[in-house]
Design a binder for this molecule. Structure first.
Ligand SMILES: Nc1ncnc2c1ncn2[C@@H]1O[C@H](COP(=O)(O)OP(=O)(O)OP(=O)(O)O)[C@@H](O)[C@H]1O
Length: 649
């Protein structure tokens, strides 16, 4: 890759790019096989179509010599003389009919070729797209933590489309090139191999130039692809964060950032375009030169009766006007497909770069996946244990940043556990380990005594209802969002779940009730309403274990009290974890775990922790307003925690 500033930027797909062997060939084998009748049908039509292209110039050459100038007898190859008409008028009409017929066949075969080939390419593309989406969504969460949405979208959209362009346009061109150049070359060599050496000699030169071009253009296209991904990410980020952009009046700043991303794309494209437009004229000159030489030598020969050099004058090598027309016609047609060879190689490089990212995505094994002997969780009681668990996230450099240390606790079935502590202490992360969004560095997380990495992910996550801090609502209706993932949700059960979550009343009042569209990500609802829909979604699934991560943080105190009351019946007999900054939410918990800086620093019931007079008691006193002044130690600890977080961020 040529040195450029862009190389230093990280393209997070670079590390998964699969560069072993041709990715196009591999995808073709895996996904094309299912549609091979269309592929071979299209290829056969393409070959016949090209054969038809040879006919008009060939017949024209015969007509010129035998009908217009009368320099040889009317004869057609492969056709017995006896079958041919004797009258000149009929011979001419036969020639005209052959030209017309070959064009008509050519058009018909072109249609068949398009039909078959596009059918093949569209199905191929469809299968690759669905599989790469599926492979992508099976990736562990850290895969997404380290990548921007736009980059992932760029693989699923642009790269897959790139493959299709290659298949519909370029693969067909390869056949055209081989058949046309091969067919015309053979005919010319058969008629006058000495003169045919001129256009034929251009082929290795063109092939060499194309090869050099291929070497030159590959890194340039990689850079283009990378910059497309990065620009998409920037646009995606900005449109997603439009409220923040407007609130902070950072439009000029964001325009600047888009301009930078777009400029990088422009530079990358320009670099590739310059290479391309410099290369194509070199090809054109080579092909034009061969045309001019054929015209010079053949024309001289027709005019003077002998070639300009005796080399061309082999046995039986008379040059007629018809032969010259055939040579000129074929030589010119040689140039077009050969020029396309460069383009095809060029597009091949583009498609190969896209294919490498796709196969990289398809091949990458998810880090979090079912063990080979994983068993489903059955008849869950709901006992949860963390045993000496340590966990680190990877930072941008790929180095571990420890966020949970020596976490051990055990929860009996049906217990209600509160998790509290300063922001960034690791509460949400702890719960993500239970869901196996991430695997711990060491230590065990067990459910009913079985390590979570020994059970199937599906059964594990099906058993856990999870409402996170910023619940995601899909574009769709309130009903779609509550019954998300359940094909056979019963209306009454859905209303009941919504009632428990405190959502039923406000959903009923929406313009179309449960059928109201909630906008992209639920933008048409308030934060508290979104949370209640998400809570209803978890309740409707009736899971054995519930995780409520700040699930009611956006609703007012009164509504939260009502929800707590509604929930009490439901959570009485199932293990529930509630993360809350508002301590009243967890006041009644059987156990409260207080986390600070990745460690459990206190544990007990509310009353025990108040008696302990430690961090929990301080937090509680602050919240109930029962402090004259904040204890010195509390202020220091908060400042210190804040400073530590800033350091690690
Ligand atoms: N995906 C991630 N990649 C890297 N670091 C992360 C990631 N998610 C969280 N962290 C870091 O891990 C630490 C713990 O985060 P976590 O979300 O578990 O805290 P929390 O106690 O739930 O905080 P809050 O109360 O603010 O929700 C923080 O320092 C945070 O910056």
């Amino acid at each position: 890759m040529p040195p450029n500033a862009h190389d230093d930027d990280d393209d997070s797909f670079d590390e998964i790019r699969n560069e072993s062997g041709s990715s196009i060939y591999r995808l073709f084998r895996e996904y094309g096989r299912k549609h091979w009748p269309q592929f071979f049908g299209g290829a056969a039509a393409s070959i016949l179509q090209m054969a038809m292209e040879l006919v008009p110039a060939f017949v024209l050459a015969i007509a010129i010599d035998s009908l217009f100038f009368d320099t040889r007898a009317f004869a057609l190859p492969l056709v017995p003389e006896a079958w041919l008409p004797e009258a000149q008028g009929a011979q001419f009409l036969l020639a005209a009919g052959l030209v017309g017929g070959s064009y008509a066949l050519n058009t018909g075969l072109g249609w068949i070729n398009d039909y078959m080939w596009n059918g093949f390419a569209q199905h191929f593309q469809h299968n690759v797209r669905v599989d790469s989406y599926d492979a992508m969504q099976r990736r562990e969460l850290s895969f997404f933590d380290n990548r921007q949405t736009g980059e992932v979208m760029s693989v699923l959209n642009n790269d897959v489309n790139q493959l299709e362009n290659f298949l519909t346009g370029d693969l067909n061109t390869i056949i055209t090139v081989v058949v046309r150049v091969g067919g015309m070359g053979v005919v010319m060599l058969a008629i006058n191999w000495r003169l045919a050496l001129i256009p034929v000699a251009a082929i290795p030169i063109l092939a060499y130039l194309s090869y050099k071009f291929r070497e030159l253009i590959h890194p340039k296209y990689q850079r283009v692809r990378k910059s497309v991904g990065q620009m998409n990410s920037r646009l995606e980020n900005n449109v997603g964060g439009i409220q923040t952009v407007k609130a902070y009046t950072t439009e000029p700043f964001e325009t600047g950032r888009v301009e930078d991303a777009s400029r990088e794309y422009l530079d990358a494209q320009w670099d590739a375009i310059m290479a391309r437009i410099t290369f194509f004229p070199t090809l054109a000159i080579t092909t034009q030169l061969s045309y001019v030489l054929v015209f010079l030598i053949g024309g001289w020969w027709v005019v003077t009766g002998s070639p300009p050099h005796p080399f061309f004058n082999g046995p039986n090598n008379a040059m007629t006007a018809g032969t010259l027309v055939l040579f000129l016609n074929y030589t010119r047609r040689f140039s077009w497909p050969m020029r396309r060879v460069g383009e095809v190689l060029n597009n091949y490089q583009y498609a190969e770069a896209a294919g490498e990212r796709i196969t990289g995505l398809l091949d990458l094994e998810p880090r979090v996946k079912d063990a080979p002997d994983a068993t489903p969780l059955d008849d869950l009681e709901g006992r949860v244990e963390f045993d000496d668990v340590n966990f680190s996230y990877e930072n941008d450099e790929g180095d571990p940043e420890q966020v949970l240390r020596d976490i051990s606790f055990s929860v009996e079935p049906g217990e209600y556990v509160g998790l509290v502590g300063p922001t960034g202490a690791g509460k949400s992360t702890l719960m993500k380990l239970l869901l196996r969004f991430y695997d711990p560095d060491d230590g065990d997380v067990r459910i009913d005594g079985v390590d979570v990495d020994e059970v199937t992910l599906q059964s594990l996550r099906d058993s856990i209802g999870y409402v996170n801090q910023e619940p995601f609502l899909f574009y769709g209706t309130a009903r779609d969002n509550i019954a998300y993932g359940l094909d056979d949700a019963d209306d009454d059960e859905m209303y009941e779940a919504a009632r428990i979550a405190g959502a039923h009343e406000f959903v009923e009042e929406l313009p179309d009730g449960y059928d109201t569209m909630v906008g992209e990500r639920g933008v048409k609802l308030s934060g508290g309403q979104r949370q209640r829909i998400a809570l209803a979604r978890a309740i409707l699934r009736d899971p054995e274990i519930m995780i409520l991560d700040e699930a009611t943080s956006h609703v007012d105190n009164e509504t939260e009290a009502v929800i707590q009351n509604n929930l009490s019946g439901m959570i009485a007999d199932r293990t529930t974890f509630a993360i809350a900054h508002r301590l009243s939410t967890v006041r009644d918990a059987d156990t409260i775990l207080v986390l600070e800086d990745g460690e459990i620093v206190e544990r007990g019931t509310h009353d025990e922790l108040i008696d302990e007079d430690g961090m929990y008691a301080d937090l509680w006193n602050v919240q109930v307003g029962d402090v004259e002044a904040l204890p010195e130690e509390f202020v220091e600890r908060t400042k210190q925690g804040y400073a530590d977080r800033i350091d690690t961020e």
